[in-house]
Design a protein around this ligand. Structure first.
Ligand code: NDP
Length: 315
């Protein structure tokens, strides 16, 4: 073994959201002795949300961070080896595959489960960051319910923004949609639905000057980028839907991806184009992006990995 190689494992899981931990539960129960590296945000995107009301099994709802502690404990109890550390580089050219952790140690693995998730894109303005989780959200399906009957704003003009605006329009009194150009990127059918929804008000050629409020969102100042005019709207929720970025950079050039960097899997499986490498959760799902769908695909990845390891005689 090369002197830089720290360890050789059967099954390496990269990422610690619902997909990664579910894969760990299944892999550990199947005696695959999985090692899981948590990445930069242990627990994943749910750790930055508040209450989760749509994860089955919690009739009273559960806090996102608490849910992720449950996931971690369950994986640990099953025997998964859970560690801090960020995968910084991979070599998938030959078995066993190599994964660099924190740019120093190298783990060799026969099966790799990629569950690195995606990150919401943000506008990057100070008030948005300060009020994040206090009325600012990047997920209407997660947080829209808290603003029922109230006015909200949403930024973006793609299919996600259109879908989320429609979702919010069923809960909220008015949805103020802030679109930076004079047209939307969303598919025509989605645009038509948005335009034909009475309580969605579109602000064309408009940008967010500031999210207003001290401790909670109390409004938004919208600026027309053609005329420079501003208007203040008293919203309680501010949703950002300007896209997600899958955390797949280290696999560029090694795994098949779509044009946005989502890892492609064989339909009905978690298999990537490299045998023994599986992907689950948001890094390969730009459509559903829910904790429960991520968990389900994590289960699929572990079952696929188990089959692969036994077929190859690695396990
Ligand atoms: P997109 O990249 O398609 O759209 C992002 C939107 O955000 C664009 O309208 C863009 O404006 C706007 N935007 C980006 N940055 C800023 C900014 N700083 N300020 C203001 N606005 C900004 O992302 P989506 O998440 O909407 O969709 C991703 C992919 O997933 C797409 O291919 C989409 O079709 C697909 N999808 C499909 C669904 C379905 O089929 N049901 C549902 C959801 C997504 P601009 O147009 O000016 O660049």
């Amino acid at each position: 073994m090369d002197q830089n190689i720290s360890e050789r494992v059967n099954c390496l899981i990269i990422g610690s959201g619902p997909a990664g931990y579910t894969a760990a539960v299944y892999a550990a129960r199947a005696n695959m002795k999985p090692v899981l590296y948590q990445g930069i945000q242990p627990g994943g995107q749910l750790t930055i949300t508040t209450e989760v009301e749509n994860y089955p099994g919690f009739p009273e709802g559960v806090q996102g961070p608490e849910l992720m502690v449950h996931f971690e404990k369950q994986a640990q109890r099953m025997g998964a080896d859970i560690r801090y550390g960020l995968a910084t580089k991979v070599d998938l050219s030959e078995q066993p595959y190599k994964v660099w952790i924190d740019e120093e140690k190298i783990i060799e693995a026969y099966a790799i489960i990629i569950a690195t998730g995606a990150s919401a894109k943000w506008l990057g303005i100070e008030s948005e960051q300060r009020l994040n989780g206090h009325g600012v959200s990047a997920c209407a399906v997660c947080d829209g319910f808290f603003f029922r009957g109230k006015e909200v704003a949403i930024v973006g003009a793609g299919d996600t923004a259109a879908e989320e605006a429609l979702y919010l329009s069923k809960l909220c009194s008015t949805v103020h949609m802030i679109v930076r150009r004079d047209e939307m990127r969303a598919s025509k059918v989605m645009q038509d639905r948005v335009k034909n929804t009475a309580n969605i008000k579109i602000y064309w050629n408009s940008e967010t000057d500031e999210v207003l409020g001290d401790k909670l969102v109390e409004g938004v100042r919208i600026r027309n980028n053609q005329t420079g005019e501003t208007v203040e709207v008293p919203v309680r929720g501010f949703f950002v839907a300007i896209g997600h970025k899958p955390n797949s950079d280290i696999f560029q050039g090694m795994l098949d991806m779509d044009e946005s960097g989502y890892i492609l899997t064989v339909p009905g499986s978690a298999k990537t184009n490299v045998e023994g490498v599986f992907a689950c959760g948001d890094v390969q799902d730009k459509i559903y992006r829910q904790a429960i769908t991520a968990a389900g695909s994590g289960c699929m990845a572990a079952l696929d990995a188990e089959r692969y390891l036994s077929e190859k005689g690695f396990h």
